[in-house]
Design a protein around this ligand. Structure first.
Ligand code: NAP
Length: 226
């Protein structure tokens, strides 16, 4: 099975927290994050529903008075983009205002439990969608579809902790790219680098490289050992 090479690219504090609002270094971190992300030549990035909310917008989803049932078949608005922005949104909560984020075409990953009004809304906006399972998302199957349908070979997994945790649990991460922020955060009940269940096996890593960056940020890359 060929799936994209998945690089989890994140900017955590030294204690693994990822909610950056209280950090004085957040602007420098964000610049280093984008600059570093661009060096991977990735075909797409993927984030969880919560992290995607600020990018998606707040469009209204119209109700349909009448209308044929919409079959649970993948909808591909375009497959020729240079790059793709992907969300995992199992129950269809994101209110897309556009099918583009900057120059990147939007793909959303749904379960079959979403309602027909929502599918009609996505089609009207030209947002491509893939079904990732009936009620739960099957990540290996989704990754296979992304490779087969959109020719995505390198994928940046960009958080938050919940989606990263599900990728870790499914053993679908190949590399970590961490820009460690010079912050000891200490908050409890906030998103961390990987928020997965206790049954998730701890994955051993092998160091690829370490680089000191400006503003006391350290870039660390690891390969996931298999
Ligand atoms: N510092 C950094 O580098 C960085 C990077 C990214 C994000 N963040 C921060 O992280 C925070 C958000 O993290 P988060 O963990 O709360 O949310 P998240 O991972 O962005 O989104 C989680 C949601 O995505 C959906 N989802 C993701 N993977 C799924 C899967 N495999 N199967 C089913 N559903 C899946 C679910 O949506 P439903 O709830 O709809 O079921 C889930 O609740 C934000 O504060 C953001 O700013 C930080």
């Amino acid at each position: 099975m060929t799936r994209p090479h998945v690089i989890c690219h994140m900017g955590p504090s030294v204690d693994g927290r990822i909610v950056t609002g209280r950090w004085s270094v957040s602007r420098a971190l964000s610049a280093a994050y984008e600059e570093t992300a661009a060096t991977f030549g990735a075909d797409a990035w993927i984030i969880g529903r919560v992290s995607m909310e600020p990018y998606a917008g707040n469009a209204e989803v119209p109700g349909r008075d009448h209308g044929e049932p919409i079959p649970r078949v993948d909808f591909i608005d375009r497959d020729d983009a240079d790059s793709y922005a992907i969300a995992i949104d199992p129950s269809g909560k994101l209110r897309w205002e556009s099918n583009m984020i900057d120059e990147e075409h939007v793909i959303t990953i749904l379960t079959e439990s979403v309602d027909d009004d929502y599918l009609a809304f996505l089609q009207s906006k030209g947002v491509s969608y893939l079904f990732g399972g009936r009620e739960r998302i099957d990540l290996p199957m989704v990754l296979q579809k992304l490779a087969d349908t959109f020719d995505i070979q390198t994928l940046l997994l960009e958080g938050g902790g919940n989606i990263n945790g599900t990728f870790l649990e499914a053993d679908c991460i190949d590399e970590l790219s961490l820009l460690i922020a010079p912050v000891a955060d200490g908050a409890t009940n906030v998103a961390t680098l990987f928020d997965a269940g206790e049954s998730t096996p701890a994955r051993p890593l092998e160091l690829i490289s370490v680089e000191q960056r400006e503003d006391s940020i350290v870039w660390i890359r690891y390969k996931v050992k298999r």
